[in-house]
Design a protein around this ligand. Structure first.
Ligand SMILES: *[C@@H]1O[C@H](CO)[C@@H](O)[C@H](O)[C@H]1NC(C)=O
Ligand SMILES: *[C@@H]1O[C@H](CO)[C@@H](O)[C@H](O)[C@H]1NC(C)=O
Ligand SMILES: *[C@@H]1O[C@H](CO)[C@@H](O)[C@H](O)[C@H]1NC(C)=O
Ligand SMILES: *[C@@H]1O[C@H](CO)[C@@H](O)[C@H](O)[C@H]1NC(C)=O
Ligand SMILES: *[C@@H]1O[C@H](CO)[C@@H](O)[C@H](O)[C@H]1NC(C)=O
Length: 272
């Protein structure tokens, strides 16, 4: 009789201990998760502000507020490009005559070149482009917070916060094109100009004569290049331009770009 009672008590104690351990584990997990989550959120805002403050004469808090309103409280795949209109209005793109540089499939070469030379500006050299370059973010229906860990990939949905941002910013950057416009395309791929790329589907469509005078294609070639300026996709690019915009294509080896980009004697634009 007594032994059975003791046994029962022992069992009960064990069960309490187990429940206590589980609760403790859950609490610890929640704290760790909460800290890392709020940390990534804070990190995102910190990076945003730090990068923004490198540009003088802008109200970064106002830009952050305009940025956030585009995607917070929205489903992660339901952010249209227009949601960023107020952001573009807060940090507008000034017209950049003769110095604007577009690119497609030449990300490294083009930034190496514009970084050294300082003559041309890519979208990643503008305030909005540089602040958000390489970052990932999204919102959630029913929440006013910014998330960075559970966001859709580029392919996952057409109207993600990130994809709509780049589409909207690219349209604004295309609108800023003026005078001679340059684009660096990749000569090592079969089809250097793709109508489905951001350059082909958004930016080039914003070029209007007479504001834009010429489009200069710099086709970056490498040892393994498979194509040249006669490629049909480039002919299509030329024919699709607004009437009155001139077109030229230059085949430029990437080794030459590297050298010329580092040469302080060479003024802007004489690398091709
Ligand atoms: C062109 O594309 C290929 C394949 O994606 C890549 O390996 C190469 O670095 C690119 N060339 C340039 C100049 O960016
Ligand atoms: C978002 O929330 C609103 C209101 O709570 C609801 O009506 C809507 O269906 C939700 N949308 C999605 C995609 O969950
Ligand atoms: C623009 O390009 C044309 C030919 O492509 C050239 O003759 C002209 O000098 C260029 N103008 C500027 C300002 O770079
Ligand atoms: C350009 O490439 C085509 C084939 O893609 C070739 O027939 C032609 O000779 C090339 N032209 C030059 C100038 O290299
Ligand atoms: C040139 O462009 C056409 C169509 O735009 C593409 O199908 C072709 O394969 C390209 N490349 C070469 C090396 O001919």
């Amino acid at each position: 009789m007594e032994r059975r009672e003791a046994n029962r008590q022992e069992k009960r104690r064990k069960r309490y201990c187990l429940i206590l351990a589980v609760i403790l584990l859950v609490v610890i997990l929640a704290i760790v998760l909460g800290v890392t989550l709020s940390k990534t959120r804070d990190d995102f805002n910190t990076i945003f502000m730090e990068r923004c403050q490198k540009f003088k004469g802008y109200n970064c808090q106002k830009i952050w507020d305009a940025f956030q309103q585009a995607y917070v409280n929205r489903d992660r795949c339901d952010v249209p490009p227009e949601a960023y209109d107020p952001l573009i209005a807060t940090a507008p793109f000034e017209s950049l005559c003769n110095r604007i540089m577009f690119w497609s499939k030449t990300k490294e070469v083009v930034h190496d070149f514009t970084g050294k030379k300082g003559c041309f500006k890519t979208v990643e050299d503008t305030l909005l482009g540089s602040v958000l370059n390489g970052l990932k973010w999204c919102g959630k229906n029913g929440s006013s917070e910014t998330f960075t860990t559970v966001c859709p990939t580029w392919e996952e949905c057409e109207k993600s916060a990130v994809r709509s941002f780049w589409n909207r910013v690219s349209a604004a950057f295309g609108d800023a094109a003026c005078g001679n416009v340059t684009v660096m395309l990749n000569g090592s791929i079969d089809t250097p100009f793709s109508p489905a790329s951001i350059f082909g589907s958004i930016e080039v469509k914003k070029f209007k004569s007479p504001k834009v005078k010429n489009l200069n294609v710099v086709l970056v070639t490498q040892k393994n290049s498979v194509t040249n300026c006669t490629n049909e996709s480039l002919q299509n690019l030329m024919m699709g331009l607004d009437k009155g915009i001139g077109y030229r294509c230059f085949e430029v080896p990437d080794s030459h770009l590297k050298e010329c980009g580092s040469d302080p004697e060479k003024p802007c634009g004489v690398c091709w």
